[in-house]
Design a protein around this ligand. Structure first.
Ligand SMILES: Cc1cc2nc3c(=O)[nH]c(=O)nc-3n(C[C@H](O)[C@H](O)[C@H](O)COP(=O)(O)OP(=O)(O)OC[C@H]3O[C@@H](n4cnc5c(N)ncnc54)[C@H](O)[C@@H]3O)c2cc1C
Length: 404
């Protein structure tokens, strides 16, 4: 009989501790400042690159970990320090995931390292899917990609919105429609290399939370990229389009596949925020006195903390299961990736709100981090598929029916 264990091994524990120490010593002390500044925390990215956390090698090690567990561990520990800074560090990973999902191994080797650059010359990547009129409904992208056969170039036109690292990234991975009539089956992903003419940043958004992470529009105006920048290559795309035109079943959808693969990682970030808030509130409740006793000695407060801890642990288990399923090529027959992101995202919102409540007035002021954690948590029910979209995916998976 094979063994079953829910314990991390030595290597996994070591990696967890390494990332946690960086998060505790570098990220968390800087969190408030970058939240207020609402700017990309370049010095922190620099620091992370210096120690090797912001690097293609490290992310690839987590990404291709055969157990799947390293990716959520890394995400949770970083987000425990600060989610906005984490997204500044890991926004690049979204672009990388876009390349991994649809690119050839050669494209991954060529572009993966360029997404990160070097400690001397940091580079960022962005994954550009969402548009002003196509967020949840990624099948209706308007950004067009037209092939110029004479030059073997693709010409991209359109506007992307809400893009993490949009416009400040060196490598933009753009999902565009090649044949709009085929909806999502007529889409393809493209690399827009550093310095390509015609790609510019539109407005930068001011946000409720994760303010250290840059979110902006990306405008594509006659952006020309070489044929080699089509992820997966022309032959594969032509085959896919031909299958779709004949009405045959599709094997994948460019954008959806990328999101499915990255959902447990995003869920793990939500776990990190929720855990931070739970720990903070627990410490506080054991110290703070009212009516002559510690506030945790009231069942009303203690039960909140019991629920918070239970939800945090349940979220982590769902995240780890989904990450393991992804890495070991299991079928997500019940939308387990979506489940993990749904539950962890909603847990982060709930737990951070309860942390504020437990701290009373002190929870509401900026002297303590819990109000920021609550603001940060809310994005986890929105991006990478809203909670409603996660429920749709789960509902369709468990029913086998098209639920609208
Ligand atoms: C800070 C931030 C960073 C982001 N980063 C990126 C990025 O790097 N790259 C990228 O491509 N995108 C990114 N996004 C976009 C994000 O993924 C979208 O905002 C999200 O998918 C929702 O799309 P939408 O905003 O258009 O909402 P809509 O699709 O307009 O949805 C509005 C509401 O309707 C609900 N709804 C929609 N359809 C259904 C349905 N069928 N059933 C039930 N309810 C439904 C939604 O759940 C939501 O509550 C980011 C967004 C933010 C805010």
């Amino acid at each position: 009989m094979g063994e079953f264990s829910m314990e991390l091994n030595e290597d996994q524990l070591q990696l967890q501790k390494w990332v946690h120490d960086f998060s505790e010593n570098v990220i968390r002390p800087a969190a408030s400042e970058w939240d207020e500044r609402e700017e990309t925390p370049w010095p922190i990215i620099q620091e992370a690159a210096k120690v090797g956390i912001y690097s293609f090698d490290f992310v690839a090690q987590c990404f291709f970990d055969p157990t799947g567990i390293l990716m959520p561990i890394m995400n949770e520990e970083l987000a425990w320090g600060d989610a906005g800074i984490t997204l500044s560090l890991l926004g690049t990973t979204l672009g990388l995931a876009g390349i991994a999902a649809n690119g050839t191994p050669q494209q991954m080797l060529e572009w993966g390292p360029q997404c990160f650059g070097t400690p001397e010359k940091i580079q960022l990547a962005a994954f550009c899917v969402s548009e002003p009129d196509a967020g949840s409904d990624v099948s209706s992208l308007r950004t067009r990609a037209v092939y110029d056969e004479a030059k073997d170039e693709w010409v991209l036109n359109g506007t992307k919105t809400w893009i993490t690292n949009g416009g400040i990234a060196d490598v933009h991975v753009v999902v565009a429609s090649v044949d709009p009539e085929l909806k999502s089956r007529g889409q393809a992903s493209f690399i827009v290399p550093p310095g390509t003419k015609g790609l510019s940043q539109g407005q930068k958004f001011k946000k409720m939370g994760i303010r250290a992470s840059h979110t902006a529009e990306v405008v594509l105006d006659d952006v020309r990229v070489p044929g080699s920048c089509l992820l997966g290559g022309k032959e594969k795309l032509d085959e896919k389009l031909a299958r779709a035109r004949e009405g045959k079943k599709s094997s994948s959808q460019a954008a959806m596949r990328t999101f499915e693969a990255s959902r447990p990682s995003v869920g793990a970030q939500a776990v990190g925020i929720a855990r931070a808030a739970y720990e903070y509130a627990l410490d506080y409740a054991k110290e703070r006195e009212a009516f002559g006793k510690k506030i945790i000695q009231n069942q009303g407060i203690a039960f909140k903390l019991a629920d918070m801890k239970t939800r945090v642990d349940a979220s982590r288990l769902l995240v780890w299961r989904a990450a393991w399923m992804g890495a070991t090529q299991k079928d997500f027959t019940a939308g387990e990736g979506s489940m993990s992101k749904l539950f962890a995202g909603e847990t982060a919102v709930k737990v951070t709100e309860e942390a504020i409540q437990i701290m009373g007035g002190y929870g509401y002021i900026r002297e303590h981090p819990v109000e920021r954690w609550h603001r940060d948590s809310k994005i986890y029910t929105i991006f990478e598929g809203t909670s409603e979209i996660q429920r749709l995916i789960i509902a369709r998976a468990i029913s086998g029916l098209y639920i609208a």
